[in-house]
Design a protein around this ligand. Structure first.
Ligand code: FAD
Ligand code: MLT
Ligand code: ZN
Length: 468
């Protein structure tokens, strides 16, 4: 073992250190198997004191640190480089719920808490923690904060940033900033927590957070509506927002091709509608009163949209099992794509009013260049966020098709820029988009980001090669 690793071992003990290749492998490769690193060691501190001790050693020895939570990130942000010199700092052993305050509607959790566990802890206290995403069984709250994750509840509850009230962070020199305040109002200067949220581990290690809770709705009900086009999906959104206001807590769109991938790779899947249609919208209504009230609300939205010829067919879940089946249709798309083979992923946002126009214009441009590709378009329509992915023709081996990736991405991202959109709506930049963002973000914004980085991490040891 190197001298650095020996010193770190003295801080975290044997239980907090992995140095053999086989043990490090799960931490070294990302979920999509696109990025493979080679850490010097995987370090698993059990407390904020241990994280501080590790970072102090890394600062003294100028050793790079790559924080990692559940390793479900899609941009390679939590993966080391292949030099064998970087420490991978996993927060997974720091997984305590430190406090729940149901009156203040807050929960204080350590960074390594799995998102689904935070949801369960809130539920046990009769409260809702509304952050929800397909990877919630593995993703950690520290990773959610560091990527400012979005997910399926954003249109009602906001991104992770909007759910955070306070943070505890180990800074790049090993000092601990205790900002664990549970206040909804605090105008005492710069709101420092927002620097670390969405920083993807480039400014410090988040070790704990105070997160907002909400009253648990009496019922959460879903329906699936078939529509002929993204335009009609947007018209349905307008009706749902007008009729249901804040009770509308989910509005996800996926194409028939996405559904066919889920059916193919999850053979137990039953499609809820008898006849297939071009697009589907999953609507979720959360009601404070009762399931009956949620049902009448969702049925009323669908009835108006059917009368207007917007919705072609629809079904409303009759029980919890059907609610789960409907969500699975949407949430299994990512996994189904992985089984289908590599595809060129894009996580983009444009103003909601321009989404349909964006899809039509970009699809046309892509088809001019690559007539046979298969578009895998789905996403959080209520937030203007599309996962606008491109898969190769079935007969072309995925690795051959992936040679076209850079050209396809250029078409998509240039189109996003023309529509005043973002090339990363919710997944962050990581290593995947670090170069790409230089083409699209104004030079002054990049320069301000560099100044923040230099101020908070002057030695450049925090997750180098990511974001900026
Ligand atoms: P990791 O992958 O471990 O790390 C992500 C980044 O955060 C890295 O840069 C890492 O260095 C940094 N980091 C992690 N922990 C800390 C910490 N404590 N302090 C400082 N930096 C840290 N994302 C969405 O936004 N919406 C979705 O709907 C969504 N759905 C998904 C579905 C599937 C099936 C999968 C595989 C992924 C999905 N994701 C989604 C992406 C991913 O789950 C999120 O980005 C999630 O927030 C990452 O959490 P993690 O704990 O896995 O982080
Ligand atoms: C989703 O919404 O399912 C995720 O962000 C994952 C993906 O983009 O594949
Ligand atoms: Zn998403």
């Amino acid at each position: 073992m190197s001298v650095i690793v020996d010193r770190i071992a003295a801080v975290v003990g044997a239980a907090g250190l992995v140095t053999e290749a086989a043990g490090m492998e799960p931490y070294a490769i990302d979920w999509r198997k696109r990025y493979a690193g080679r850490p010097l060691a995987v370090v698993r501190p059990a407390s904020v004191r241990e994280v501080a001790g590790v970072i102090k050693i890394c600062a003294e020895t100028r050793t790079a640190v790559v924080p990692q939570g559940g390793n479900t990130g899609l941009q390679g942000g939590g993966i080391t480089d292949a030099s064998g010199t970087q420490i991978l700092l996993s927060t997974t052993r720091m997984n305590r719920v430190r406090a729940i305050d149901p009156v203040n509607n807050t929960i204080t959790v350590e960074a390594g808490c799995v998102l689904a566990e935070v949801q369960r802890a809130a539920e046990a206290a009769g409260r809702l923690f509304p952050l929800s995403l397909g990877a919630e069984g593995s993703a950690n709250i520290g990773g959610n904060l560091s990527t400012n994750a979005g997910g399926t509840g954003v249109l009602r509850y906001g991104n992770t940033r909007d759910l955070a009230l306070g943070l505890e962070v180990v800074l790049a020199d090993g000092e601990v900033w205790d900002g664990l305040r549970g206040l909804r109002k605090d105008n005492t200067g710069y709101d420092l927590k927002h620097l670390f949220i969405g920083a993807e581990g480039t400014l410090g290690v988040i070790t704990a957070a105070v997160m907002k809770l909400y009253p648990m709705p009496a019922a959460r009900l879903t329906g699936i509506a078939a529509v002929g086009s993204p335009e009609d999906a947007i018209r349905l959104l307008e009706i749902a927002q007008r009729q249901s206001g804040d009770a509308l807590t989910g509005f996800e769109m996926f194409s028939d091709f996405c559904l066919s991938l889920v059916v193919k790779h999850f053979p137990a899947t039953r499609t809820p509608l008898r006849v297939r249609h071009p697009q589907y919208v999953l609507i979720e209504i959360s009601d404070a009163r009762s399931e009956e009230s949620a049902r009448s609300e969702i049925e009323s939205v669908l009835a108006e949209a059917m009368e207007a010829g917007i919705v072609l067919d629809a079904v409303v879940a009759q029980n919890l099992a059907q609610v789960e089946t409907m969500w699975a249709l949407r949430e299994n798309i990512t996994e189904a794509q992985r089984h289908e083979g590599q595809n060129v992923k894009h996580d983009v946002s444009v103003p909601i009013s321009r989404i349909a126009e964006f899809i039509a214009a970009t699809d046309a441009e892509i088809r001019r260049a690559h007539p046979d590709v298969r578009m895998v378009t789905f996403g959080h329509l209520g937030d203007g966020n599309l996962h606008y992915n491109v898969a190769g023709p079935q007969e072309v081996p995925p690795d051959v098709f992936m040679r076209e990736a850079a050209g396809l991405t250029r078409i998509v991202h240039d189109s996003v820029a023309r529509f005043n959109g973002s090339i990363s709506a919710e997944h962050g930049l990581g290593q995947a988009k670090r170069e790409e963002i230089r083409r699209y973000k104004p030079a002054l914004e990049l320069e301000l980001m560099r100044r923040v980085k230099a101020a908070l991490d002057p030695l450049g040891i925090m997750n180098p090669g990511k974001v900026i």
